[in-house]
Design a protein around this ligand. Sequence first.
Ligand code: ADP
Ligand code: ZN
Length: 206
Amino acid sequence: MVEEFAFDNTEERRKIRQNGENGWIEVIVGSMFSGKSEELIRRLRRAQIARQKVQVFKPKIDDRYSIEQIASHSGMTHVSKPVMTAAEMMAQMEPDTQIVGIDEGQFFDMAIIEAVNELANSGKRVIIAGLDQDYLGRPFEPMPQLLAVAEFITKTHAICVKCGNTANYSQRTSDSKERVEVGAHDKYEARCRKCFVPHADAPTII
Ligand code: ADP
Ligand code: ZN
């Protein structure tokens, strides 16, 4: 039986504070296919409806989809700037930007922690999505550190393709032993704790 997790009500609380001078950090984490990008894009669209100035970034390493966009596996997209490093992101930051969106946070260097703190300290709302675990189930830096400094945390879950339970792991179905191996359904599938096999496993036949 799959339990459906409702998102917490922090967005309502955030809305109350949004008119003030305060900045803060929101982190969205989960396995692949859990809806992190969808949730990030949903929040960015709402910010734009509220006529706030939004800038979106993603690390250049992720070339799955078109370069100038972040994209969800379900086809939602949002324009974004590809950058190599946190320093490059900061160099492109415009002072009147109110909302900073970042996808694939796990591919950033550790300087991203200081960078998002600096942005929040200067009054910006930072929303950063990323994988919390790698293909072996190890915490995927810098996401654990970002979770520690964030005011608001959302954990998203996928559906285990083997058994239908709540999935918390990204199962690699290719042989690579590289920590960073960019792919989607061709190389990964969502699995629950019971069905997850560290290292590679054969793809599930649906
Ligand atoms: P993430 O950014 O966490 O990888 P996305 O936001 O890109 O996730 O994609 C989420 C979408 O992926 C879901 O809304 C659904 O349409 C699709 N999807 C594909 N496989 C699965 C799965 N096993 N569990 C849940 N959603 C899945
Ligand atoms: Zn399972």
